[in-house]
Design a protein around this ligand. Structure first.
Ligand code: ADP
Ligand code: F6P
Length: 323
């Protein structure tokens, strides 16, 4: 193998830049050339790429986002799109590829692997919903962003004796909301993995009021049904009996930006370097991940065909701490 490519795909998050840096520098150390593919699979299908040397990835370890750009590229799900990608990889003499992204991107990587192209994946998504790794790149920084927001909102909530719903990203996964809720000392956490009725939410609010709390912080995963607005409407209808006024803050894409934390920089650097090592050693079709303190590999087939189970002990811990 003489030349490899690297791309970032899907929803961005903090840690992508340090990961590209690690891929590049490990590959250069092996004597490989590195092509940075721009705009994820869209750029791969269009043949948009730049050669990366050690200087090209200098000074980016602390920068959020991805300097290569990223996209959601639905055409890549088609065999035609994948053929275009393979054509460009061949045209540019790229013999191996590192794909950095979430579940969708890693499923795309599996498609390339199934076409016989050497590929290794790195899990990167703030949702932490990728099987085969305890943490994905970006999760830790996003969690700290959520935590900062909870702390600030609690200040104003207490001043006004209000209840706040704080909507947290995560697609269908409640990880970020649950961890944010536990670390942020929330009065309630609503996640898609655990059914909670609107009546139960109202009761939680009332309980917090009766216990004499000055605020009630409810962290809501975006995947929780029926969603934040339905909760606000329901609680407002019962405003008089519940004690607290209710406000809603949607953290949205603030969770995706920002300088990567120390944890994310380290994880991104370890996994980026490990992905190139796998390619170099001929271990294709794998995703690198972290289990405890160790870097581990999982076949992309397994990553794409399984789902993660949220640790409900942590949900029970959150409930225990609500008092
Ligand atoms: P993430 O990687 O963050 O989960 P998406 O689910 O949007 O984000 O996926 C990113 C991109 O990965 C998609 O736009 C598409 O190009 C590619 N992708 C997703 N699912 C598949 C699939 N089943 N087959 C091939 N490519 C896919
Ligand atoms: O997968 C990352 C994520 O931020 C999810 O948490 C969220 O549901 C989604 O992406 C938002 O996507 P977009 O950036 O396309 O609005």
């Amino acid at each position: 193998m003489r030349r490899i490519g690297v791309l970032t795909s899907g929803g961005d998050g903090p840690g992508l830049n340090p990961c590209i840096r690690a891929v590049t520098r490990r590959a250069l150390g092996y004597g490989l050339e590195v092509m940075g593919i721009e705009r994820g699979y869209a750029g791969l299908m269009e043949g948009e790429m730049i050669q990366l040397d050690a200087r090209a990835v200098g000074g980016i370890i602390g920068k959020g986002g991805t300097f290569l750009g990223t996209t959601r590229a639905p055409e890549f799900k088609t065999v035609q799109g994948q053929r275009e990608a393979l054509r460009n990889l061949n045209k540019h003499n790229i013999e191996g590829l590192v794909v950095i992204g979430g579940n969708g991107s890693l499923t795309g990587a599996l498609a390339l692997h199934q076409h016989g192209f050497p590929v290794v994946g790195v899990p990167a998504t703030i949702d932490n919903d990728v099987p085969g790794t305890g943490m994905a790149v970006g999760v830790d920084t996003a969690l700290n962003t959520v935590l900062g927001a909870i702390d600030r909102i609690r200040d104003t909530a207490s001043s006004h004796q209000r209840a706040f719903l704080i909507e947290v990203m995560g697609r269908n996964c409640g990880y970020l909301a649950l961890m944010g809720g536990v670390a942020g000392g929330a009065e309630m956490v609503l996640i898609p993995e655990v059914e909670t009725t609107l009546e139960e939410v109202a009761q939680g609010l009332l309980d917090a009021y009766i216990r004499g709390k000055a605020h009630c912080i409810i962290v809501v995963a975006e995947g929780y049904k029926p969603g934040c607005q339905a909760i606000v409407d329901y609680l407002n209808e019962r405003r008089e009996e519940l004690g607290f006024q209710v406000r809603l803050t949607v953290l949205g894409h603030t969770q995706r930006g920002g300088s990567p934390s120390a944890f994310d920089r380290l994880l991104a650097t370890r996994l980026g370097a490990a992905a190139v090592a796998e390619l170099h050693n001929g271990h294709y079709g794998q995703m690198v991940g972290i289990k405890g303190r160790e870097v581990v590999t999982t076949p992309l087939e397994e990553v794409a065909s399984s789902t993660i189970e949220l640790d409900l002990d942590l949900y029970n811990l959150a409930k225990e701490m609500e008092k």
